[in-house]
Design a protein around this ligand. Structure first.
Ligand code: GLA
Length: 379
């Protein structure tokens, strides 16, 4: 009798324990660990999101930075496709914006000056004579507040940052929420929601550097890309748009048909000389504010395909031209020129000084919204 009882108890124990174990193939999950400490002793946490198919990403609450994104190749081999550092120190010292949310203004504002409601503002100059990616301490260099908002099917993390009136010269207290969701369709869905208490400008974006090959020893030059855009915004030497919208037709910026990135990157074309490669804003075909397909990026050897969807008017495509081997990333790898590329969905650069460009003004009572999706598959 006693042994029967013991047997039953053991059986019950095994069954209940099994039930507690998430079936890792059928359920998404999220884990948290300490990533490091900031110089002022504040703790930085790393969240690991895993979806039902085994695709995973890691995010830290410093800079809302995506530190890894692991997706399968055509044989099912899961590898990391974003550049980054092994430790917090790399992100604190780094000047590359790896994986971060940049803001308040993604990309450049000419001479850091703009007018709003008749008032002149001067924001930090941190790129030659211009303002870049929010200034000296942009959204990529601050601690965000993280909250797990997952559903059982899809792990999701909401990050919030309150940017104080006057920060880097910008007017108004701005609250920005960014939610990263890893869907079971292998999409990284990024949704933004921003508010302000005074008229201001807001144009955040995601600055991950992708390399779909599975090894950061490779460049991105053989990645084949398509951009749903007929025009781009030509720039001057300081990478500030001239204000024109130029046709991509008959230029090395024509990606309307799938083309390997390396095919024309070194062409003697003035815009490429100014950018030291591709570092331009493509004017995406009008989408009426709806999320639509913007880019397809395919790496032929691994078979990985990334499709980018966004509701934004512009896409900054940057080929890691400023990487020069000095940034030592994950596993100590020195990231050479063009080992990663960025696809930054946003409004156009220098919009506050170009009335003909889509507006980035945000007023009290309005809500800034953006949805951008990076979807992973293979072919
Ligand atoms: C953006 C800019 C580039 C460069 C990188 C960060 O893509 O357009 O010029 O500043 O960010 O290095």
């Amino acid at each position: 009798m006693k042994s029967l009882f013991l047997c039953l108890a053991a059986l019950l124990f095994i069954l209940s324990n099994e039930a507690c174990q998430p079936n890792r193939k059928e359920q998404s999950y999220m884990t948290t660990s300490v990533f490091g400490k900031l110089p002022d002793n504040r703790e930085v946490l790393q969240y690991t999101l895993t979806n039902r198919t085994g695709v995973s990403m890691q995010v830290i609450n410093y800079g809302a930075i995506i530190t890894s994104l692991r997706v399968p190749d055509r044989t099912g081999k899961i590898e990391d496709v974003v550049l980054g550092y092994d430790s917090l120190q790399g992100y604190v010292d780094g000047t590359t914006y790896f994986g971060a949310i940049v803001g308040r203004y993604g990309n450049r504002i000419g001479k850091g000056k703009f007018q709003l409601d008749g008032k002149q503002y001067q924001v930090t100059i941190n790129d030659g004579e211009n303002h870049l990616h929010g200034g000296k301490v942009g959204f990529n260099k601050v601690l965000w507040q993280a909250k797990v908002v997952s559903s059982s099917a899809e792990p999701a993390l909401e990050l919030q940052y309150i940017s104080k009136d006057g920060e880097e010269g910008y007017p108004g207290n701005v609250t920005l929420k960014v939610t990263y969701t890893l869907t079971d369709k292998n999409e990284l869905r990024i949704s933004y929601e921003g508010t302000t208490d005074q008229p201001t400008i807001l144009n955040p974006t995601q600055h991950s550097y992708f390399n779909l090959s599975g090894s950061f020893a490779n460049t991105i030059l053989d990645h084949v890309m398509t951009i749903e855009a007929d025009r781009f915004t030509p720039v001057d030497k300081g990478l500030i748009p001239t204000g024109q919208l130029a046709e991509v037709a008959n230029t090395p910026l024509d990606f309307r048909m799938p083309t390997a990135i390396g095919t024309r990157i070194n062409d003697p074309f003035e815009q490429l000389t100014f950018g030291k490669g591709y570092d331009h804003n493509w004017v995406l075909r009008e989408g009426g504010g709806q999320v639509r397909k913007a880019v397809e990026l395919y790496e032929p050897k691994s078979g990985r395909l990334m499709t980018v969807y966004t509701d934004q008017p512009g896409m900054q495509f940057y080929t890691g031209n400023f990487l020069d081997g000095t940034a030592h990333g994950k596993n100590g790898v020195a990231y050479q020129r063009r080992t990663g590329l960025c696809l930054e969905a946003q409004a156009f650069p220098d919009t506050p000084n170009k009335p003909q460009f889509p507006s980035v003004t945000l007023k009290p009572g309005q809500v800034y919204r953006q949805t951008t999706i990076y979807q992973f598959s293979t072919k």
